[in-house]
Write a protein that binds this ligand. Sequence first.
Ligand SMILES: *Cc1c(COP(=O)(O)O)cnc(C)c1O
Length: 392
Amino acid sequence: MDWMEKELAALTGEGLERTLTWHAPITDNPGYLLRENRMLLDLSSNDYLGLAGHSAVVEAMRQALFVEGAGSGASRLVTGNRRPYRVLEEQLAAWQQSEAALVFGSGYIANIGVIQALVSRDDVVFSDKLNHASIVDGIALSRAEHARYRHNDMEHLRSLLNRHRDKRRKLIVTDAVFSMDGDCAPLQELVALKREYGAMLMVDEAHSGGLYGPRGEGLCHKLGLSNEVDIHMGTFSKSFGVYGAYVCGSHILIQWLINRARPLIYSTALPPSVITGISQALALVQDEHWRRERLSAASRRFRSMLGEAGFEIGRGDSPIIPIIVGDNAKALRFSSALEEEGIATVAIRPPTVPSGTARIRFSLSAVHSDEDLNRAAAAIRRIAIELGVLRS
Ligand SMILES: *Cc1c(COP(=O)(O)O)cnc(C)c1O
């Protein structure tokens, strides 16, 4: 085991070591958290709509616990398929206007399970270079060829599609909103290419489900493309504030996944109380449009404040807003300086992002006030000047 100590020391030397820090929610002060017992403005979690601490969700889970017990006891294919699953999957299919829906244990599990079920050795997966790690892992497990195209580069994708014309099955997979950059995939063009080349299209709405569309259906729906996407995937761990994931699509797709998605078959079903909590969160996601509107307004505002301060900030209204620092150690110094100012952020470093693009990733929530965001933008500007990330 000696090698481990050496490798860890090397990681520390490169500013790449990761450590666990304690956090606790503050129930009467949403948008803030406790880190090592200090109250900080939370600009780093993915609770976009502020539902993680919502009393209706917590209460629904509490009641379900008394009826259904703590655990589901087995995989859904054995005895773990409890009634809350049927309620939720019907609700999901209606929400997404798809034929059927299937719940998975988490977004990570859904991606590895679905990709592995769809393709194998004779096939090819076209995947954006900035897609989430769970997609990368799903492709590796599937043993299909991994054709990575440059981020959002449709010409590059087309040339790879041409090169792999003869493969048995083709799958194009993309994040709808990219988790570390906050930009969107060109879904319209992806749909056109998938049609032209007879490929399947899978879209991961982890950071767009709940946030876009009149009832939070996601980016595909907002763009009127939901019928063109074969496999819709999204998580309940971000804007839903709970845990788990969904896949929506045709009856045939769902039937296939029930037969072939290994994490669904070989892993114990999420506790029924979690499923009930998701159902309640989904009702709030659909009905409380003001949360989306507030988040979108806050995101635009925060983007424009940082833009005026001199940062290069992409346009749009996604709540994921990165400031690229470049150097790993400097990104760490940036986040510690923000913490001194009472703001919790995380320095995102390789391998989560490409080397040389370490960054501070801000993520906003509907519960943040304008005052919170003003204070944060001022602190970010001051620290960036001190660290030489911005010129004064
Ligand atoms: C977070 C995330 C996942 C994983 O979801 P979990 O529910 O946290 O496991 C998958 N895809 C993308 C794009 C993500 O950002």
